[in-house]
Design a protein around this ligand. Sequence first.
Ligand code: NAX
Length: 329
Amino acid sequence: MNDPIRVTVTGAAGQIGYSLLFRIANGDVFGPKQPVILQMLEIPPVMAALEGTAMELEDCAFPLLHGMVLTDDAMVGFDGTNWAFLVGAFPRKAGMERSDLISRNGPIFVGQGKAMNAVAADDLRVLVVGNPANTNALIAMSNAPDVPKDRFSAMTRLDHNRALNQLAKKMDVNVADFRHMVIWGNHSSTMVPDITHVRVGRRKAINAVGKRWYKKEFMPTVARRGSAIIQARGASSAASAANAAIGHIHDWAQGTRKGDWVSMSVYSDGTHYGAPKGVIFSFPCVCPGDGSYQIVEDLELQDEIKTRIQVSGEELLKERAVVADLLNG
Ligand code: NAX
């Protein structure tokens, strides 16, 4: 057994938290030899509910769960943390514009970025799930100037998984047989699900499904899948979102599958695929398994994908402008 690592989950009493915590404690993220101390950060009104969740975690008798911290203080929640899942944020309500959501949730990530800068472990790595995830990750990163930029990421893995599933159903192929799906851009309606690199063995998926299906059915279905789930379930994606967060950190910590990549929203330095500098942008990434990642280089992009990447990049620049006063320097 390794020494325990500290894992922070914010929004731990929320619906994604309710699925995520149990799977982390079960070893689904860091493996069967890695004990964890769960540091659960919430806001004061829901601390009682969080205690109920913690009681259930105890009742699972997880051998890998070596401790729990329940707190509404970010300095406690991030103290010594190695991996942080930033899930806590307010959901978008009817009639709310995206910019309203950004202004509502942005300040949360200022305080959390500062706290991580002050008290997290030197090897801290961060995944932002709370929406608008990409811009929230930028805010947290910017308020943690002592933490390297490549430690921050936002989640487009759920979109990646949704895209894999849609394609698998259409082609009647197991999802595991695909390689090289990409989600480019922002986790929003401008995201760019790109199947032009996807292969099943030596077969190119785009040749099997045709451009018309790709553009007219696949793209809108993936982009609107979140709304379709809300309509059917009466609540937003929770278990599938937790599963995507688990996949994202699992691969970052333990390595991506040989011969494949995953979609991760990471800092864009302006040198990759026309994505603007200074935003958190979804790229195809390979992780060797030591907590680093590399953006996959030199893919040939179709003109339409390039145009869509530009649109998503412009949206991220607009979001950045909305939160300019929350960014440090
Ligand atoms: P819930 O409303 O069930 O839970 C959110 C929790 O966050 C609540 O318990 C709330 O008390 C807590 N919270 C609010 N402010 C906090 C703060 N300052 N510190 C700590 N905790 C705080 O939402 P849930 O369904 O769990 O979704 C959480 C977030 O994930 C939302 O922002 C949602 O939009 C986002 N999503 C992102 C996805 C992605 O692919 N990036 C997909 C799923 C999900 O919609």
